[in-house]
Design a binder for this molecule. Structure first.
Ligand SMILES: Cc1cc2nc3c(=O)[nH]c(=O)nc-3n(C[C@H](O)[C@H](O)[C@H](O)COP(=O)(O)O)c2cc1C
Ligand code: SF4
Ligand code: SF4
Length: 588
């Protein structure tokens, strides 16, 4: 074991207290300012159908660190996400993931696997998130920020990685609980009843017990083709689910992938793992698989889709994260996934639900989506565009609403009022310009004159550095640690005037929400690891006792124990400041 304790999620009651306190003292929810809450544009309908279910916007978090814990999902929802690919759940739910596990210094690398929580704890997080979204949808203080209403959303389950695990009791129990979560919701009502403010009156709300009834199968880690087929059939037959198969960029073949990544885009330092291609699904078999699974689903009245793509397996030659292998995401993956979509749609004429083919197989997308390329990505016909790497950059969840605003502006400036009509226009425009499809047009652009944002030359700038060792109190107060943390483990407090501290803001860590992923370390301009150097607050005495290093055990806003630091009185002073204790415990 690495010695890193697993994440300890906050109770629903604590999350509600945190929302209530933050809103009252700082007009924020989980550190997201109101300016970054998505308010639907009244004149542009960004909605789409996800396997027959309505989603009010076409974006959301891809399976990853943003879709694991309740507050993460709520933050993504506040930012405007309406389709959530939940963190992958698998039978091995006590994984020992090496740290740091996220490296977003340039394009995007990680060594994460699936969920870090136990399977029952994952269910709890997804249910808590759904309950919070339901409550916030009708929460009066938020009404003016949600325009005419937040609109529909979909939680899409993700499971991996083999038939034995997926058909076993644990994962079957997970799926059953997501289909009907009454037994999880009912005990949580008591926590809502004792929540502060107007939340208490929401304890008897008609929370929908159907948390999710679609599923994306992650075929990562060398899942063989027959296994993919068998799992998909199992999910359709045993659980009556509509299923998406998430494919890997290896489908393009080693030669094409290395020609694009190394030669065209110039990433001479990326060492593509040839062995991973031999172990993974091959293109021709992939074509057969998509056709046969689409038929299988249709014959049983179910829907089927594909997702492009998961990350690319490469050698870990950066020396920052442990392990021999790491997974590439972000800009270069965008070129791979778009190229793959173009090839698949040509090889499966009339089958994929993309412009120029208009078939029945929905294509979901996750590969280097940003504010700059969201419109061109969606114009390819993908539904939805999910995002991971871009949300791990400074701004974090706050990057979502500007993406949607830019998309809505593009659509309305082109003279359209909804996504579907605008896409038809983009296809006609692409054909008029001599391209087969919008996808072919996009691929020609990003592998041609529009290559720069995807190439090494456009992605070599390193995060800013200042020549100063980070200390427990005071820093350049850039706020990056707050926004890049997918778990919202960091928060800031305005420095009280009488504290003797110099910087205008102080930064603290909710240690139980920190899984030591390393993302704040990447972006902190000062020298040192903010997650380890800034005061680490614990609310659970057992978790506090199980950890080493500096830490402060807090209870109702008071420091009741501490170790590894003489600064308990300063931490107590900060927690006693008006917006101090994020849990709203209050100081004596
Ligand atoms: C830190 C991290 C963790 C991820 N975890 C999962 C996972 O559990 N399951 C999965 O199917 N994909 C996972 N992915 C892949 C993403 O869902 C997504 O497909 C990929 O990162 C490409 O999108 P992006 O370029 O926007 O990051 C993860 C990616 C990252 C960066
Ligand atoms: S505080 Fe830093 S290391 Fe901890 S989870 Fe957040 S980003 Fe990762
Ligand atoms: S700890 Fe680092 S990242 Fe966080 S605000 Fe201070 S300087 Fe910025």
């Amino acid at each position: 074991m690495t010695g890193v304790a697993p994440l300890t999620p906050m109770s629903l009651g604590s999350l509600l207290r945190r929302i209530d306190h933050e809103w009252a003292t700082r007009n924020r929810i989980f550190d997201l300012p109101t300016a970054r809450i998505w308010s639907p544009e009244p004149d542009v309908d960004l909605g789409f159908e996800f396997l027959g279910r309505r989603c009010a916007t076409p974006i959301g978090p891809a399976a990853g660190p943003h879709s694991q814990m309740a507050q993460n999902l709520v933050l993504a929802w506040l930012g405007g996400s309406r389709l959530f690919e939940l963190k992958t759940v698998q039978v091995i739910d006590d994984l020992d993931i090496a740290r740091p596990c996220i490296d977003m210094q340039t394009v995007g690398y990680n060594i994460e696997w699936s969920q870090e929580l136990s399977v029952p704890a994952s269910v709890d997080e997804y249910v808590k998130a759904a309950m919070l979204i339901r409550m916030l949808s009708g929460w009066e203080p938020l009404a003016e920020h949600l325009g005419d209403g937040p609109g529909e959303y979909v939680f899409d389950m993700s499971v991996g990685y083999d038939l034995a695990g997926i058909s076993g009791e644990k994962v079957a129990g997970f799926i059953a609980a997501m289909l009907d979560a009454r037994h999880v919701i009912d005990p949580l009502r008591a926590e809502v009843a004792s929540a502060p403010g107007s939340f208490a009156a929401m304890a008897d709300l008609d929370f929908d017990p159907r948390i999710a009834d679609t599923l994306t199968l992650s075929t990562f880690h060398g899942c063989p083709p027959d296994e993919i087929e068998a799992i998909t059939r199992h999910l359709i037959d045993e659980h009556a689910l509509d299923v998406i198969v998430k494919l890997n960029p290896t489908l393009l073949g080693y030669e094409t992938v290395s020609a694009i990544v190394n030669d065209e885009l110039g990433y001479s330092d990326v060492s593509v793992k040839e062995q991973a291609f031999a172990d993974d699904l091959q293109f021709d078999r992939g074509i057969d698989l998509i056709g046969s699974l689409a038929d299988y689903a249709a014959e049983r009245g179910r829907r089927f889709g594909i997702k492009l793509t998961n990350t690319l397996v490469v050698d870990n030659n950066r020396g920052w994260m442990p392990d021999d292998t790491m997974y590439l995401s972000g800009p270069p993956l965008h070129v791979l996934a778009s190229t793959l979509l173009d090839r698949l749609s040509e090889a499966l004429p009339g089958r994929l639900a993309v412009p120029g083919h208009d078939g029945e197989v929905m294509v979901s997308f996750s590969a280097g989506v940003t504010k700059e390329n969201l419109a061109d990505t969606l114009a390819m016909g993908v539904n939805p565009a999910t995002i991971c790497s871009d949300l791990l950059k400074p701004g974090g969840y706050g990057r979502l609403a500007p993406m949607l605003r830019t998309l809505a502006t593009t659509i309305s400036e082109d003279g359209f009022a909804d996504l579907d009509c605008w896409r038809r226009h983009r296809q006609e425009r692409a054909v008029a310009a001599g391209h087969r499809t919008t996808c072919a047009e996009h691929v020609a652009s990003i592998r041609g004159e529009g290559r720069e944002p995807y190439a090494l030359s456009g992605n070599s700038k390193l995060p800013r550095e200042v020549d100063h060792d980070l200390e427990m109190f005071g820093c350049v107060a850039c706020n990056f640690c707050v926004t890049v943390c997918p778990n919202d483990a960091f928060f800031s407090i305005r420095t009280p005037e009488d504290s003797g501290l110099e910087a205008r803001q102080q930064y603290l860590v909710l240690a139980e929400l920190c899984n030591e992923c390393g993302n704040c370390l990447t972006f902190c301009p000062e020298r040192g690891d903010p997650a380890m150097i800034k005061p680490r607050l614990y609310t659970d005495a057992e978790v506090f006792a199980a950890h080493d290093g500096q830490g402060f055990l807090v209870d109702a806003g008071r420091v009741v124990d501490h170790r590894g630091s003489d600064d308990a009185s300063t931490v107590a002073l900060l927690l006693g400041a008006p917006a101090g204790d994020p849990l709203g415990g209050g100081n004596p």
